[in-house]
Ligand binder design. Structure first.
Ligand SMILES: CC(=O)N[C@H]1[C@@H](OP(=O)(O)OP(=O)(O)OC[C@H]2O[C@@H](n3ccc(=O)[nH]c3=O)[C@H](O)[C@@H]2O)O[C@H](CO)[C@@H](O)[C@@H]1O
Length: 405
């Protein structure tokens, strides 16, 4: 062992042989689900390097100029470079494929490849980690054009369009579930590794009291359970409408933290103002566009979570063991969310509300979790059994193995 359980002798030899810090390009983003696994892998890598008395990695994040990843990289002190990218739409509908927006978006991908190629050639990374999101396509392709090892991590069971494209050129493919393996191209399946989906370590260190103090939740009633409603990093109009519709009923039974998305804040606020909630109920509610550094504390305080079923959120809820009601994103982009939610519901690890979900469905799903504590605990325990606490370590092992090839 090279001083850290993650860094084996082969990796340690390779890293010592470099005689300089490991250089890594990270790419991926657009949503939290693609951004945070990359961040977690970077942090875990550095922790392992420090543990093995090696220099921290020299990292560069290549993403979309206005993507979540640009803020996350800045907060982490990782150098960031932007490349052009366009949304790659599915080929199912030929008319949509030829729409002006699509043609313009597709036209930006080659430009992104040219820009990314320049960045890769300049930085000379030892390895590139791509975690999905459209921006990862030009960077992943550029990495392979420059003959740089490329590790692609997929968070969901079914590969996203970006990763289906990159799987063909990946050096190593890391997936979050065994169920993904049959879906991989033959050329990469043999070298694919099931790592799980890395969860930010701080997610596990939340304190309920700190959420109350830091978010000013003095009006919350400690005798009541707390429900955390989240629509994912950008919020969800559907979730907002569902929760707002049952709000007076819900606030009669629970404290509520409602994360609504920055673009939806004014709308939700206006709708709730119209309800003229009594002061005690209004005090038991927090409306917040995005939960940033407080997320671990909010999750620690929550007894029940009402959420989309994106892979990142599901991994976090499993790591913590939280009873959740999952309302998957509808439509073609959401099919894998439906799959995630159904899979957990089948094993009693969550309640899934799929299809044409109305406020009554949500009320009927939440009610027993609020009042029946043994039931809530049972769902939470089954969710926890699904967690993969070692995912970040496994992914870093794959990154180091690919670099050392
Ligand atoms: C619309 C879309 O394309 N969704 C995809 C996207 O999910 P998306 O990124 O929307 O959702 P995920 O659940 O995967 O990740 C959201 C992340 O943002 C965090 N968060 C969210 C809200 C908040 O206020 N604060 C905060 O920190 C969550 O804790 C989580 O870490 O990528 C996932 C992983 O490939 C896929 O499974 C989803 O189908």
């Amino acid at each position: 062992m090279g001083g850290s359980p993650i860094i084996n002798d082969k990796s340690a030899d390779y890293l010592h042989g470099l005689g300089r810090p490991l250089r890594m390009i990270v790419t991926g983003g657009g949503t939290g689900g693609h951004t945070y696994p990359a961040l977690t892998a970077f942090r875990t890598l550095n922790a392992a390097l420090t543990g093995a008395r090696l220099l921290s990695a020299d990292a560069l994040w290549v993403g979309k100029a206005d993507g979540l990843e640009s803020r996350v990289a800045a907060d982490e002190g990782i150098e960031f470079r932007a490349v052009a990218t366009g949304k790659i739409r599915r080929a199912g509908n030929p008319l949509r494929m030829l729409s002006p927006a699509n043609v313009s978006d597709m036209g930006r991908v080659p430009l992104g490849v040219v820009q990314a190629r320049g960045i890769v050639a300049d930085f000379e990374p030892d390895v590139v980690l791509a975690t999905g999101g459209y921006v990862a396509v030009p960077v992943g392709v550029a990495a392979r054009m420059c003959r740089c090892p490329l590790v692609v991590h997929e968070q969901t069971v079914r590969l996203g369009l970006t990763n289906r494209t990159l799987a063909r050129v990946a050096t190593r493919m890391a997936v979050s579930s065994e169920s993904s393996l049959p879906l991989l191209p033959d050329s990469v399946r043999a070298a694919a590794v099931v790592t799980g989906n890395p969860v930010r370590p701080e997610i596990l260190t939340g304190k309920p009291d700190r959420a109350v103090a830091d978010l000013g939740l003095d009006g919350f009633d400690p005798r009541l359970p707390t429900v955390y409603v989240t629509g994912g990093a950008q919020g969800s109009q559907q979730m907002n409408a569902l929760v707002t519709a049952i709000l007076p009923w819900l606030l009669g039974r629970a404290n509520v933290i409602h994360q609504c998305g920055a673009d939806n804040l004014d709308d939700v606020r206006a709708r709730v103002t119209q309800m003229q909630l009594p002061a005690d109920q209004a005090g038991r509610r927090l409306l917040i566009p995005y939960v940033a550094a407080e997320l671990p504390d909010v999750l620690a305080l929550a007894d029940v979570v009402v959420s989309r079923s994106g892979a990142g959120t599901i991994a976090e809820l499993a790591a913590l063991g939280k009873a959740a009601i999952l309302v998957p994103l509808a439509g073609s982009a959401g099919n894998e969310q439906v799959h995630n939610a159904r899979h957990l519901a089948e094993i009693g690890a969550a309640i899934a509300l799929v299809g044409d979900v109305g406020p009554d469905h949500l009320r009927a799903a939440i009610a027993p979790l609020l009042t029946d504590v043994p039931r809530r605990t049972d769902v939470a325990k089954r969710a926890q059994a699904h967690g993969r606490p070692e995912a970040a370590a496994r992914l870093v092992e794959v990154i180091l193995a690919a670099a050392a090839i």
